[in-house]
Design a protein around this ligand. Structure first.
Ligand SMILES: CC(C)(COP(=O)(O)OP(=O)(O)OC[C@H]1O[C@@H](n2cnc3c(N)ncnc32)[C@H](O)[C@@H]1OP(=O)(O)O)[C@@H](O)C(=O)NCCC(=O)NCCS
Length: 184
């Protein structure tokens, strides 16, 4: 049976949906990892994915949320932040890919590529020249995904998760490349 996969902007009415989706996908991505301190993760989930926080982020003009749905069911999302930058990123007008997370049952079926394509379209529409992100050093699957889509490592970033500071890797990619993500 053919399924309809669509990516749309999320808005203020999606705050509760995004809080639940954000919490579920972050938890499922890291909870099973032996190097992830469970207490720090629990505290982070409780603070980062409240409906109030999502509402504030959805109302922030620097932030763009893209929601992927399969037959109307939330499958994954991406969050972009205009203007944010960090050491190592080469850009005149950077945009940060703050989050890209799929629900577990939708990993590896092309949603990530679709979300990335839409992120790059938004970045180009905003005249951003470089898109960048941070990724946990132990999140090898995501690093493979980014490398495959022409991101290159360009630095490190201290990411605070509860009482623990993780040395994340920083990746960047020109927004415009001859090779599109769809062609990869
Ligand atoms: C990272 C993530 C968003 C990628 O999305 P995805 O939907 O799984 O990726 P896609 O199915 O679109 O794959 C795109 C390409 O990357 C490749 N890819 C995906 N996972 C890969 C892996 N583990 N190793 C190597 N290549 C991989 C796919 O093979 C695909 O290439 P293809 O079209 O030639 O087959 C997804 O795996 C995810 O949500 N992970 C958990 C959350 C997470 O870690 N987020 C990133 C935090 S920094």
């Amino acid at each position: 049976m053919n399924r309809t996969i669509a990516v749309r902007f999320a808005g203020a009415p999606d705050a509760a949906l995004l809080a639940a989706l954000g919490r579920e996908t972050f938890h499922d991505a890291f909870a099973g990892h032996p190097l992830m301190p469970p207490d720090d993760l629990a505290r982070y989930l409780d603070s980062a994915f409240t409906v109030e926080r999502m509402t504030a982020e959805l109302n922030d003009s620097r932030t763009i949320f893209l929601l992927a749905e399969i037959d109307g069911e939330a499958a994954g999302y991406a969050k972009l932040e205009r203007g944010a930058t960090t050491a190592g990123v080469t850009a005149e007008n950077p945009i940060k890919l703050k989050r890209i997370y799929n629900r577990q049952k939708f990993i590896g079926v092309g949603i990530g590529k679709l979300l990335m394509t839409r992120c790059l379209e938004e970045a180009a529409a905003g005249n951003h020249d470089t898109i960048w992100l941070t990724v946990w050093q132990h999140n090898l699957r995501a690093q493979d995904f980014y490398r495959k889509l022409d991101f290159v490592e360009c630095g490190t970033f201290d990411f605070e998760l509860g009482a623990t500071v993780f040395a994340d890797k920083v990746f960047e990619r020109p927004v415009r490349l001859n090779r599109s993500v769809e062609a990869i």
